[in-house]
Ligand binder design. Sequence first.
Ligand code: AMP
Ligand code: ZN
Length: 114
Amino acid sequence: MSDCLFCKIANATIPAKIVYRDETVLAFEDINPQAPTHLLIIPREHIATLNNLTDDNQHLVGHMAATGAKLAKEKDHAEDGYRLVMNCNADAGQTVFHIHMHLLAGRQMDWPPG
Ligand code: AMP
Ligand code: ZN
């Protein structure tokens, strides 16, 4: 989608500190980190919110989660722990409408989240 920030990162129109990429997803550093490790994992395909998942694209979310777990392990957070978060629409605080999974790690997390 031409006016989508994360599509622009996916097609390299806008720069980002990309840490992982494959045929269907990529991961990059969040511009406003909320933890010592704060990565965003996105599908290359534009999907606005979790409400737009279909039988054809839902496999991407599993791959995003597996990628987050792999990156957490690579960054040595697997044992201490980490959080994978997806926000959907206004009440959850979604601000970029191209689905993304936050990988947060490197500090104690609060529960319930604010
Ligand atoms: P959410 O509030 O769940 O929609 O998360 C959007 C995230 O995107 C926030 O954590 C922002 O800090 C992050 N973000 C916004 N613009 C950029 C950018 N250009 N590069 C990297 N991260 C960004
Ligand atoms: Zn997009």
